[in-house]
Write a protein that binds this ligand. Structure first.
Ligand code: DGP
Ligand code: NA
Ligand code: NA
Length: 210
């Protein structure tokens, strides 16, 4: 379903939020919705654990390996960089990408450990900038109640509270704050509306921002 020549590009739409905020389910639902109305869309997620860098990240998250905070930060960023050219190709061919976590996770999770904010942001410069960030907003305590956390490294209430503060400091005009405490179907409908508007904006020719 890709486009040729000067046809409109796809939109880069990122879902962000704390662990257990509902990003992964909502991302999948959004992609099904877009495909259902005949729009070319793909579900992406970061970290992409299928690459060799992704496997190092996965081992770190499951506590099978230990890495310096700066080192793991750069690996998460490298994991986005290794997908950059494919992302741009997809967007240019008219496919909308719904991305479960992106650079904002990269900065928020490392800054929550106390790393310098500017240092955290630096390796993200030059990656395709999202057209829209959907932030699934949920109090950390509520997220922790949702079926409990798994065993991964960051899934702890005290740490998630710090991540929430860091996310809060990162908000900009590309963000839409979604109340993620409501029923799933309500959130799903709201996201559909917002995303439709955004796709229209890309059709009127916004360049892929860097
Ligand atoms: P997920 O597969 O979405 O559950 O993400 C795994 C965990 O890794 C989750 O706790 C969030 C965290 N995470 C995601 N992206 C980054 C990143 O770029 N940097 C850091 N430090 N953590 C990240
Ligand atoms: Na997780
Ligand atoms: Na997720």
């Amino acid at each position: 379903k890709g486009n040729k020549g000067n046809d409109p590009r796809g939109a880069l739409i990122v879902l962000e939020g704390l662990d257990r905020s509902g990003k992964s389910s909502q991302s999948a639902r959004l992609v099904s919705y877009l495909e259902g109305i005949g729009h070319s869309a793909e579900l992406w997620r970061f970290p992409d654990r299928t690459t060799s860098v992704g496997q190092m990240i996965s081992a770190y998250l499951s506590n099978e390996s230990q890495l310096d905070d700066h080192t793991i930060h750069l690996l998460f960023s490298a994991n986005r960089w290794e997908k950059r050219s494919l992302m741009e190709t997809k967007l240019k061919s008219g496919t909308t990408l719904i991305v479960d976590r992106y650079s904002y996770s990269g900065v928020a999770f490392s800054a929550a450990k106390g790393l310098d904010l500017h240092w955290c942001k630096a390796p993200e410069f030059g990656l395709p900038a999202p057209d829209l960030v959907l932030y699934l907003d949920i109090p950390p305590e509520k997220a922790a109640e949702r079926g409990g956390y798994g065993d991964e490294r960051y899934e702890q209430l005290e740490f998630q509270k710090k991540v929430a503060e860091c996310y809060h400091a990162l908000r900009d005009s590309s963000w839409k704050i979604i109340d993620a405490c409501r029923p799933m179907e309500e959130i799903e409908k709201q996201l559909q509306g917002i995303v439709l508007d955004n796709i229209v904006a890309c059709k009127v020719g916004k360049p892929i921002s860097q």
